[in-house]
Design a protein around this ligand. Structure first.
Ligand code: ADP
Ligand code: ASP
Ligand code: MG
Length: 438
């Protein structure tokens, strides 16, 4: 029986956090595999090490010395080492790295990866576990995807039987160069390790007691979600709840491994369980699993009399966007009208060309763009085929004086998505939360 554990940046921020991590890992002999992030912020004014590493690389790229930033980075690690009383020689590794950095021999990805690398070195020493470099088993294909089978086979072969600590966030390209995942990617490293080793659970330790029903920066003290299915989570993350990197689910889902989000600062809390489905649920009467959203969308709406009876209108419109390489998030429609909901930053540069092309190809009776739209999603598998849920949502928003600009529901009825003005974003989430949770 094996549990894979991943500790995020805030769990690795200073020596005090390292002690909490050690207590958690050693409390359960099945916690034999530990994935760590780079040190995160110690308080709201602090810096994430990964951000400092990117900043340092940008300096050297433009020929500006990054010595003060480099010193900030190394001293964070030296401080942790000394406070924990470890006798690891980091100084010579730092000196070697700095030499190569000054000679412009360190790529952006390699430098960024050093945040997790040093975290893992320190945590391995502190736990007396083996250090296993991610570059020795996570292998990328040339297109940036992970060669899962080769990677899994490689991880199965390492280790001396003791526990292991692996740096998150990166792996190796076919030529050996280091490549990172996108930001937040240590979550993926943990998922790959869990899948490779057929773990019974993938524990993802962070600074909240699970996935919360709404963003804690918007709703005060939102309740944690006790159980969420992989599908619901995908909807929640797509629409804005960024707790896990979206690349995390696939590797564990393929192997049927549950994910448990836990809080390093409150280790007794049960957190959130994520799996395919649940036989029993903590709160089977909960209609909505979670509420999330994102700001800054645009809605292009066209109206054309008799549109339903004409073949190919929608295809023509979508192919205009395809030509400009823009993906469309939602396509709500009526009888003689259709809207395209897209991210404003994706479309901004192309907007005039796109409008002109749609005008020319479809000749709509009217064509309008609405900016500053937020898309909000209420997600929950229990909403499916339950009458009255959308009515309740729209009533609550109406009573609060919030205008609804767009409505969209997927055919699986896992979510109800609607658009409001950006200025109403936070209030709309609070209104929904209060009307469904309290
Ligand atoms: P880590 O560094 O451990 O990977 P992250 O910062 O990536 O942690 O993710 C945890 C953070 O996600 C929380 O501190 C919280 O501010 C934020 N967050 C946003 N939406 C939610 C939500 N619905 N539930 C829980 N946390 C959320
Ligand atoms: N340290 C990386 C980041 O800040 C990866 C991670 O924390 O998951 O994006
Ligand atoms: Mg994260």
């Amino acid at each position: 029986m094996l549990k894979v554990t991943k500790f995020g940046g805030s769990s690795m921020a200073d020596a005090g956090q390292y002690r909490k991590v050690r207590d958690i890992v050693l409390a359960d002999p099945e916690r034999k595999v530990v994935i760590v992030s780079a040190a995160g912020k110690r308080n709201s004014d602090d810096h994430k090490l990964t951000d400092l590493l990117y900043l340092c690389h940008a300096h050297t790229k433009y020929g500006v010395a990054c010595d003060p930033i480099f010193d900030m980075i190394t001293s964070r690690y030296l401080e942790i080492r000394d406070e924990l009383g470890l006798s690891l020689d980091l100084e010579s590794e730092f000196a070697e790295l700095k030499k190569r950095l000054d000679a412009k021999q360190v790529s952006k990805d390699e430098l960024a990866s050093r945040g997790e690398y040093y975290s893992a070195k320190l945590m391995a020493a502190f736990l007396d576990f083996d250090f296993v470099d991610a570059a020795d088993w996570i292998f990328f294909n040339m297109d940036g995807s992970v060669d899962k089978q080769t990677s899994y086979d490689a991880l199965k072969k390492v280790g001396s039987g003791k526990g292991i600590v692996i740096p998150g966030f990166y792996g190796a390209m076919p030529d050996g160069r280091i490549r990172t995942f996108s930001r937040g990617g240590s979550d993926i490293t943990g998922a790959l390790a869990a899948a490779a080793l057929d773990a019974t659970v993938y524990e993802n330790w962070t600074d909240v007691s699970g996935i919360l029903m709404a963003d804690p920066r918007i709703v005060e003290n939102p309740q944690p979600i006790p159980e969420v299915t992989y599908d619901e989570l995908r909807e929640l993350s797509y629409a804005g709840a960024q707790v896990l990197h979206e690349g995390t689910i696939m590797p564990v889902r393929e192997k049927g491994i549950p994910v448990n989000i836990r809080n390093t600062n409150a280790p007794d809390d049960r957190g959130t369980f994520i799996q395919e489905s649940f036989d029993t649920e903590t709160d089977p009467h909960r209609v909505i699993t979670g509420i999330t959203g994102k700001k800054d969308f645009s809605i292009i709406t066209m109206f054309k009399r008799g549109m339903t009876s004409q073949v190919g209108v929608l295809r023509k419109v979508l192919s205009v966007l395809e030509r400009h390489g823009i993906s469309v998030d939602f396509v709500p429609n009526g009888i003689d009208n259709v809207s395209l909901v897209v991210r404003t930053d994706a479309i901004a540069k192309h907007l005039y060309a796109i409008m002109a092309e749609i005008q020319q190809e479809v000749q709509p009776d009217s064509l309008e763009v609405l900016d500053n739209i937020s898309v909000i999603a209420a997600v929950g598998h229990r909403m499916a085929f339950r009458p009255g849920v959308s009515g309740r949502i729209f009533n609550a928003l109406g009573e609060a004086g919030i205008n609804i600009r767009m409505i969209n529901q997927g055919p699986d009825e896992l979510n109800i998505i609607f658009g409001v003005d950006n200025k109403d974003f936070a209030e709309a989430i609070r209104v929904l939360y209060n009307s469904f949770v309290k």
